[in-house]
Design a protein around this ligand. Sequence first.
Ligand SMILES: Cc1ncc(C[n+]2csc(CCOP(=O)(O)OP(=O)(O)O)c2C)c(N)n1
Ligand SMILES: [Mg+2]
Length: 1011
Amino acid sequence: MSHLKLFAAVVKWHGIKILRKPDVAGRVFLHGQRYASSGTSEPFLSGSNSNYVEEMYYAWLENPQSVHKSWDLFFRNANAGQTYDPHLPDQLERKASFLQSHGLAQTPGKAEKLVEDHLAVQSLIRAYQIRGHHVAQLDPLGILDADLDSFVPSDLITTIDKLGFYGLHESDLDKVFQLPTTTFIGGNENSLSLREIIKRLENTYCQHIGLEFMFINDVEQCQWIRQKFETPGVMKFTNEEKRTLLARLVRSMRYAGVVLGNCSVTAGFEDFLARKWSSEKRFGLEGCEVMIPALKTIIDKSSEMGIEYVIMGMPHRGRLNVLANVIRKELEQIFCQFDPKLEAADEGSGDVKYHLGMYHERINRATNKKITLSLMANPSHLEAVDPVVQGKTKAEQFYRGDTAGKKVMSILLHGDAAFAGQGVVYETFHLSDLPSYTTNGTIHVVVNNQIGFTTDPRMARSSPYPTDVARVVNAPIFHVNADDPEAVMYVCSVAAEWRNTFNKDVVVDLVCYRRRGHNEMDEPMFTQPLMYKQIHKQVPVLKKYADKLIADGTVTLQEFEEEIAKYDRICEEAYTRSKDNKILHIKHWLDSPWPGFFNMDGEPKSMSCPPTGISEDLLTHIGNVASSVPVKDFKIHAGLSRILRARLEMTKNRVVDWALAEYMAFGSFLKEGIHVRLSGQDVERGTFSHRHHVLHDQEVDKRTCVPMNHLWEQQAPYTVCNSSLSEYGVLGFELGFAMASPNALVCWEAQFGDFHNTAQCIIDQFISSGQAKWGPEHSSARPERFLQMSNDDSDAFPEFSEQFEVSQLYECNWIVVNCSTPANYFHVLRRQILLPFRKPLIILTPKSLLRHPEAKSSFDEMVSGTTFQRVIPENGLAAQAPHEVKRVIFCTGKVYYDLVKERKNQDLEKQVAITRLEQISPFPFDLLKEELEKYPGADLVWCQEEHKNSGYYDYVKPRFRTIVNHTRPIWYVGREPAAAAATGNKNTHLVSLRRFLDTAFNLEAFEGKTF
Ligand SMILES: Cc1ncc(C[n+]2csc(CCOP(=O)(O)OP(=O)(O)O)c2C)c(N)n1
Ligand SMILES: [Mg+2]
């Protein structure tokens, strides 16, 4: 008897030793000998054979394949901690008496069977933990497989004959088995009968909850989940909790025509909307009404665990219900949006009601603590809001110093088809654990109604579940049958605890159905006839749950009816009040208000922008720090030392290049307490190796220094972060970050410029409101796309006033600039924050100017009194005698340098003026008018290096023509139209450059031509 004990102790002891002393593990026993357990021929664990087993164990340590498969499995399990601790005598005693009672201790054949059966039971338990969810009853309709597969895994005991898979028999069902430490089904008991083990595993893993977590690489986290779900009796609710759940369901639910006793009642938000606006689309939640109490449980539990601010993003389905019953937007505000005659009182597109956002502070009733809830506004584009929510959450954590995400968290809701289909979901998951992007865990809730518009799940995804994308970040996934409200509440509560314990993502998959068509006007029977036959028969969850609570005496029918009547009254009263609303205030629907930044009416406090120049002292100081290594004993690369020396030289000479101008703009804000964040692929060094904002010690691994954070003792922090290789996700994230506060300069840099278009959805749907589609290439950031989306009128000649420059900026939808000097780049960055309002700014960076020897500016162009120049007029010889000038060439960006060089070569400096547009949109009508009038005898040329059908020409031409009132032509010089942004052939490129430069300086080129 004691031999088995001894063996267990040996295994355990060596297990510990192995961890601590590799020399023990390194011992070699009986090299190459294969140990096989033949069963009958082997007197199992007799006194002499315990050594044999011990030796076999060492051999196994050397090479697991040197022993029989069954011993391999046994040792593996033993090493995984499923052995007995020799220091706990009572365990051994129990084991001993257990063996005695079964008459096995001294019976070798039986003892071996016992060990094998124990191993089998351990495998069985593990099989349920891994695969139990495949047979869980997740579909409320009972007709679909949530994992798209009706196959039943052969290692789950769905029928008694399957015990044979493990070498077990029906006769083993009442035998008692020791439970491994990797299960909690025993509660306080260490052993259970096989019958009870299977029953408890079935209860935990195969009822209304399906758990996917065994892929998580962290034992502690797996144990935590097993404990939460396996412990007997964990899913008990008090009567009070059940009543609250019922009341929340009442509020959520459409409950038309359901007969309760003798009384036919309708109830709830969805029902109310359906009755009042029967022909309106509202993307109702019917079939997943449980989502409302589910979200409330998550918020209650999170508030209890210290969360003060929850930021949410969600699609169309159930959005109005969430606004009303989770965020608690005033009902009349929601109802009045259904009035088509309602006028918008303030700026904003008056976006459809299921797109608007919301921000609300209130007291959480469950915890009596203050909680702020914000639902981000979203476009129709499914899942596009995900990274925006994460960025905003990160910013709120950042500004609160909540580095661990203990106060602010995000919840993302998804549809099943969109969650599986949209790539931005994957991009967003991959931000979840990156230091500068993590929000310390997000709770994802999927409204898995097993359909996407008209598409069946089998046609919508290739993965078993719509949630499989979450597995890449080791997020546990809890599937739950949405018709079991208590199971849903339990799962949500564990999800909230998980997020607030481990600060990692988690997914709740509400497996439900969609009672109606995609929207209320749609006929679902066209495409899903059988599913909808079943749905028509489906008893609503509220009725099922109410019946249950009434039957067990938790509530009375009368109480239930009163709850319904009470909510109906609330809705009716709000409906009456909503009729008085004549105006829709979009500002009531902002998800990120900026208190104090605008005046009380939400308008900018002024219409002037302070000059953007800064003192020379400041420029010098920043230049010096940018040229230094502000940390002791830090060895940088020799090449970088050269770059820093060149920076110092420039600073001494009062000159900046591109990188230094940027340094100075960023640095100057940090002094003023303005946070600066620069994110994008490889931005820390700069794709073109010009920036070097993070220095790397050449001798100490991972030791870095960010000189920008060493500018002053008291300064705002500077964040510069290389992003994941994503555009859509990261631009969305940075947009969300920028939305949190107007007092930060948040920059996203698109690598090579052109890659911004994989983020097109964010650009089109969030930043601009236009739409465009095009193909990629490194040669162009496609300025024409941005200009095409600019909203200033090409044909309307504006009225000029003193405030024209700023009011024009205020009125436009975004600003497009293309700077030709480092100083102007510096100024435009600074103007961005000094303006009394916020506008998206598109900076088209001419890549060749990043290192161009002539793209240098003097401090004189940056010191106090200087400012951003929207237009840089000709200031050479031509400007001194303008009446003699034959041609004015207008251009933007780097082609200016080519033109100047060519003009010099051709000795045409008196005859040809060259004027640069630095701000293209909004179009500087005022300055260009002056410039045109200055040269009355000159012909006017627009020159660009892009093809005629791209670049700036289509945008600038009609505006120039408006200025001259169509009396003078504006000639085009540049490349011919083309389908691609550039030729792939350098020579062809140079030939076409030569050709258009020739035209630009051929003063007869347009003679006799008409326009
Ligand atoms: C990016 C994008 N593509 C297509 C659509 C059009 N669309 C709207 S809802 C929908 C189906 C969504 O299905 P699912 O995600 O399961 O949500 P459900 O409507 O079932 O709640 C589609 C294709 C869209 N809104 N966004
Ligand atoms: Mg769906």
